[in-house]
Design a protein around this ligand. Structure first.
Ligand SMILES: [Zn+2]
Ligand SMILES: [Zn+2]
Length: 318
């Protein structure tokens, strides 16, 4: 099973700017002074092992969109944030423009999780089948509204693909596209739903836009059960702990610290911070990643939990 991240930013897409790139270049070239980087191999080793990812890369980028690849005949996607645009192009290059079935699991209907849908080219092509799964009762209305005038030039009714909506019930187990899928209600404005995907003894949790109150023991227990023994937990870690319990309490998102604690108790193997705060730059996200890794080390009481921070282009093989 492979998990590919096409959009990892929360609330609104964020682009690196020219001044950001200039700063990264200056830092990298300064660090290269006196290193005798006279071959491509040496340059690549320097970039990959000496520079931090906050200099050599970027956490990006597009808003929420994740692909789960089990090499099946049908395709599995979580959310349709702006990352759905490059995903659509890539999938058409891999599988051809038509004759494909795409299963899309919607966490909820906030615009950062839907805005990529009108730019996901397979929806325009006859012969494709798009099945939108979710637990909200107004899914179809929300998708139609997003493409209605004057907000967008192409009405939903003009889409060429066959589009279906599948309303799921939280807590029920479904077999979809070769996966066992279970949805769970999460605390978020207008509700959101997390998904547990299981395939060939591998488990991925997609849990974004979810606020956790650790003082609510019953709620915490239910998430520990939902995350139980997962190979990967993709988690809304938008805020620092300080923010999550003070100014941004009840804003519908969570912190890295809460996520690590839930994963430790659930026996999860990997914790992936996701839905990055748009105001945080690469340095800040890298700092949070380092801090989270330290927190996991000093609080570890059983097996280690690998800590990852999602970025557009990240691929994890389970
Ligand atoms: Zn969001
Ligand atoms: Zn939201």
């Amino acid at each position: 099973m492979k998990v590919r991240f096409w959009g990892t930013r929360g609330s609104i897409p964020v682009s690196v700017t020219s001044p950001d790139i200039r700063k990264k270049l200056i830092f990298a070239l300064e660090g290269a002074i006196g290193r005798n980087l006279d071959t491509r191999e040496k340059i690549e080793t320097y970039i990959d092992h000496e520079l931090g990812f906050d200099i050599s890369g970027t956490f990006g980028g597009h808003s929420s969109c994740v692909e789960i690849d089990i090499q099946g005949a049908e395709h599995i996607i979580c959310d349709m944030g702006s990352g759905a645009r490059p995903l659509g192009g890539d999938m058409m290059a891999r599988f051809g423009p038509s004759g494909q079935t795409y299963h899309i699991f919607m966490s909820h209907l906030h615009w950062d999780h839907m805005m990529g849908f009108p730019f996901f080219t397979p929806v325009y092509i006859p012969g494709n089948r798009i099945v939108i799964h979710g637990c909200h009762d107004n899914m179809e209305g929300a998708f139609r509204l997003q493409q209605s005038a004057p907000g967008f030039p192409v009405d939903f009714s003009m889409l060429g693909a066959k589009i279906e909506f599948n309303r799921m019930k939280p807590g029920e187990v479904y077999e979809i596209a070769g996966l066992r899928v279970t949805a769970k209600l999460q605390k978020h404005g207008g509700d959101s739903y997390g998904y547990r995907f299981e395939h060939c003894s591998k488990t991925v949790i997609y849990s974004t836009d979810s606020e956790h109150k650790l003082e609510d023991i019953y709620e915490s227990e239910s998430f520990i059960e939902f995350f139980r023994n997962a190979d990967l937990v993709i988690f809304d870690a938008m805020y620092s702990l300080a923010d999550a319990i003070s100014v941004k309490a009840d804003w519908g998102h969570s912190s890295n610290i809460v996520g690590v604690e839930l994963c430790q108790q659930a026996g999860a193997k990997r914790f992936c911070m996701y839905h990055h705060e748009p105001a945080h730059d690469d340095q800040k996200i890298a700092h949070t990643l380092a801090e989270t890794r330290r927190f996991e080390e000093i609080t570890r009481y059983d097996q280690p939990v690998e800590i990852i921070s999602a970025f557009d282009g990240l691929e994890i093989t389970l």
